[in-house]
Design a protein around this ligand. Structure first.
Ligand code: NAD
Length: 505
């Protein structure tokens, strides 16, 4: 039985939209015949309805984005800069409303939504607002003296952005910021588990962006998402989600030769050396795996701890994990909310059960939690630590995408590096040590897009974000991201006054 304590049930003040949501297509909110429920994961109750698009709506949205592209691409960098800045202002105007919506939508504890999602979303939009003024080509030094060769950066056209349910407005800003700054227009397909926040965002910015620059089609991945990624008028796909979905999208995109940016899953290995500051390492490990309910691509889901400090680390970690306050995402006292859906909770539980059957041992958690009414219909799971000293179970290899860390024991640096690099993913990894040379040596050896030293979860705007291996390709959040959303055009000018007569003119 879990010793996790539960938050007291407070009066719920869940988010309510001003009006029923429609699809955002061009200037309009389009009602659909079919709708599906948005479920509040804290209670399991329906809190609003989401329009369900079909292939016809996808066609309309792509054509609206195509029409808008003709003029949006001709806007000045200053106009795009101002639009993005105003979008950030609009998001920041009512952070409490946003935090309430995000907690209601996907179960992210409101204390996190307040300090993380809203400011980060705005910061990303402001960063790309600045970069809109700095998208520049090159003048190319060439051999022929009478040539002037230069490049301009051209927008690509209609961008299809497919996003997951965790941190929806941050992921949205990661796509919209660079795509709009570079002069593209966008059709967004949000997750079926986090659509209202994206529809709400579209409402918020409707007077800032010209009609058709941002379109949103909601519905299910295999229908709406699949229709969007196989559309021949989509110039580029930008996807954040699971590796299995990415494979399906790549194969559909291959048929219409559409390139893609892929931000995929991970299995973040945190290497804790014997000389680490253990208090700080334990604190970062707890944040690394339990922040946002563990539903994070860069979660610290593998804790590789040196054998000399392994037992002490385990003792300190479990002591705190047992006291984590699990409860209603809307309650400011809640440290850890529900998982996004019953299916996700059951999937995570299945991963835990499989790992345990293969030899892993739960040190804390490992089971679903039943909370009192009105939270009795919610999707709760105890924060979990499994011990798999040898790192041989599926829990040490597969992405769980939930609040489950696996604790492994390593002998020496080579052993730690070999284990950390063993899986197919390469998104985030980290090393905890006071030895400067070791920190850089291990950072160099870890195969990941992001390596943290004595910290975790710090993703500063401006630092390229992305992975290697099954964690995907392309980089977000940085200056080079703008290049992903634009292509060079070469202009080659002949400056000569005479030309050789090759044809006997
Ligand atoms: P998912 O892959 O199930 O869905 C992502 C999006 O793709 C959703 O909008 C979904 O509707 C759509 N989709 C599903 N099937 C599709 C298809 N056949 N064609 C087109 N679109 C389709 O992911 P999820 O469960 O929503 O999110 C969790 C995953 O996202 C995890 O693997 C996590 O690691 C990853 N993730 C990665 C990052 C990153 O930056 N690397 C960030 C957040 C989440």
């Amino acid at each position: 039985m879990s010793e996790t304590t539960h938050a007291p049930v407070t009066s719920r003040d869940a988010f309510a939209p001003d009006a029923p949501y429609g699809l955002r297509i061009g200037a309009d909110e389009v009602a659909t015949d079919a709708r599906f429920p948005a479920i509040d994961p804290s209670t399991g109750a329906t809190w609003t309805e989401v329009p369900q698009a079909d292939a016809g709506h996808v066609e309309q949205a792509v054509q609206a984005a195509r029409r808008a592209f003709a003029s949006w691409r001709r806007t000045s960098p200053a106009q795009r800069q101002e639009a993005l800045w105003r979008m950030a202002d609009a998001v920041e105007a009512d952070p409490a409303r946003w935090a309430c919506l995000l907690a209601t939508e996907n179960g992210r504890p409101i204390r996190e939504a307040t300090v993380a999602d809203v400011p980060t979303c705005a910061a990303i939009l402001r960063y790309f607002s600045g970069l809109a003024r700095d998208l520049r080509g090159d003048q190319i030094p060439v051999e022929r003296p009478d040539s002037l060769v230069y490049t301009t950066r051209e927008p690509l056209g209609v961008i299809a952005a497919l996003i997951p349910w965790n941190s929806p407005i941050i992921t949205l800003a990661n796509k919209l910021g660079p795509a709009l700054a570079a002069g593209n227009t966008v059709v967004v397909k949000p997750s079926e588990y986090a659509s209202p926040s994206v529809l709400e965002f579209a409402r918020l910015v409707q007077d800032i962006l010209p009609p058709g620059v941002l379109n949103v089609v909601t519905g299910f991945g295999p229908e709406v998402g699949a229709a969007l990624v196989s559309h021949p008028d989509v110039a580029k796909i930008t996807f954040t989600g699971g590796s299995a979905t990415a494979r399906q999208i790549m194969s559909a995109a291959g048929r219409v030769l559409t390139p893609a940016i892929m931000e995929l899953g991970g299995k973040g290995a945190m290497v804790v050396c014997a000389d680490a500051d253990l208090d700080a390492a334990v604190a970062d490990a707890l944040t690394g795996i339990f922040m946002a309910n563990g539903e994070v691509c860069v979660a610290a889901s593998r804790l590789l701890v040196h054998e000399d400090v392994h037992d002490e680390f385990a003792e300190r970690f479990t002591r705190v994990a047992r006291r984590i306050v699990v409860g209603d995402a809307l309650d400011p006292a809640t440290q850890f909310g529900p998982l996004v859906s019953a299916a996700q909770r059951d999937r995570v539980l299945g991963c835990v059960e499989r790992a345990v059957a293969e030899g892993a041992r739960p040190l804390v958690g490992g089971a679903a939690l039943a909370l009192p009414a009105p939270l009795d219909g919610g999707f709760y799971l105890a924060p979990t630590l499994l011990q798999d000293a040898a790192g041989r179970t599926s829990g040490s290899r597969e992405e769980v995408f939930g609040p489950v860390a696996v604790l492994e024991r390593f002998r020496d640096e080579d052993d730690a590096i070999a284990r950390a690099n063993a899986g197919p993913y390469g998104l985030a990894a980290g090393v905890w040590t006071r030895d400067l040379a070791r920190a850089h040596r291990v950072a160099r050896a870890l195969e990941a897009g992001i390596v943290w030293v004595n910290t975790w979860f710090d993703l500063p705007v401006g630092a390229p974000m992305g992975g290697v291996g099954d964690s995907g390709f392309g980089r977000e959040l940085s200056a080079e991201t703008l290049r992903e959303y634009s292509a060079p055009k070469v202009v080659n000018v002949d400056l000569s006054t005479e030309r050789p007569d090759l044809w006997g003119q």
